[in-house]
Design a protein around this ligand. Sequence first.
Ligand SMILES: [Zn+2]
Length: 380
Amino acid sequence: MSDTQALVLLLALVYLSDCVAWVRRGAVAFRALGASDFRAALPSAFTGNARAGLVWANPLPPLGTLFVAESWPLAFSPDGLASVPGLELDRRAPRVAQWYAKRWSDVGDVRAIEKEIWIDGRVFARADTLHAARELARLADTLRKATAARREALIDAALAPGFDVEAVSARAASFASATRALRIATNALFGFLAVLVPSVLWRFGILMTWPWLLAGLVVGLATVAVLFWRAHRALRPEAKAARRRALALIALSPPEAVRALDSLARPWLAGFDPLAVAALLREDARRELVRSILLDTRHPLPPPVSAEPLAIDCERWFRARLLGERERAANRLGLDPSRLLAPPPTDDPTARGFCLRCELDHAQPSGACSDCGAELAPRA
Ligand SMILES: [Zn+2]
């Protein structure tokens, strides 16, 4: 292998690694080829661990958009807080073995370090984005200082904005318009690097052509950098440090420049619950995602056997608040939760019960599902 071939291979590998997003379980990715017509994608059950899995961003033009929305990795209650999965939509995915919990009276220092939420010098939970980690740490600190009587109202007030389904559509539209020019420039840069440069090198060799190719690369990178800076400033005017960091990477690395949209898209809908972001899906996909989120919220998998009682109590209390918000958001999306969750009919005459979560038929009308462990209900 020549030095040039080795360099091309290296750049291709760097590029492919830039196309992979590491997404927390409990989050849902929303992927589109352009900036509309989104589809939902769950973190891969097989490439990942109990905490997160891989999601592919579209590697070829039109490069596309990848938003991620997560269910909070923390459950809050008036008594304390617990680290929990949030959502468990993929039954093949590995599960975390432990939920941690603390009473508010035992919480001292709460802070976000990168995407992690630290309590008293230890990692307590991991969020999907820096923004979410910061917001959750701030909320935990507010709740810690509040009186027990105030906490319920504070938790409800913090949850509500994440279910504003109208705001989701408006933000997705403003993202599409703020990134239109950048989208064209990154696709052009991909064409230059993946098609034009190899064909010129193959036809004319490097000796005569390198000054022109280098000049083309500099112009391409500079264009992407300027358009990225403009889009970033329009979308996230306050995030100056993040803008400088991303810009440095783009200026130095052609693969990063081609993927410039990703760092803007990833946190853009991070403040919303996945059920609210289902507003971006087509009708049938939206119904399917909303149904599976409501089923998971109403009838979750049993907690890990080693979970502390406080963690189980916090999770249960918080899930009831989430369920209320999620059902109201489903209604605003035009989906009636009770009609949506009606169990499918059965053709098994021996079925006397079914699992409320996975909807498998069972011969007995009550007890726990042999498949997922959730509660059974009698067949009418
Ligand atoms: Zn089941």
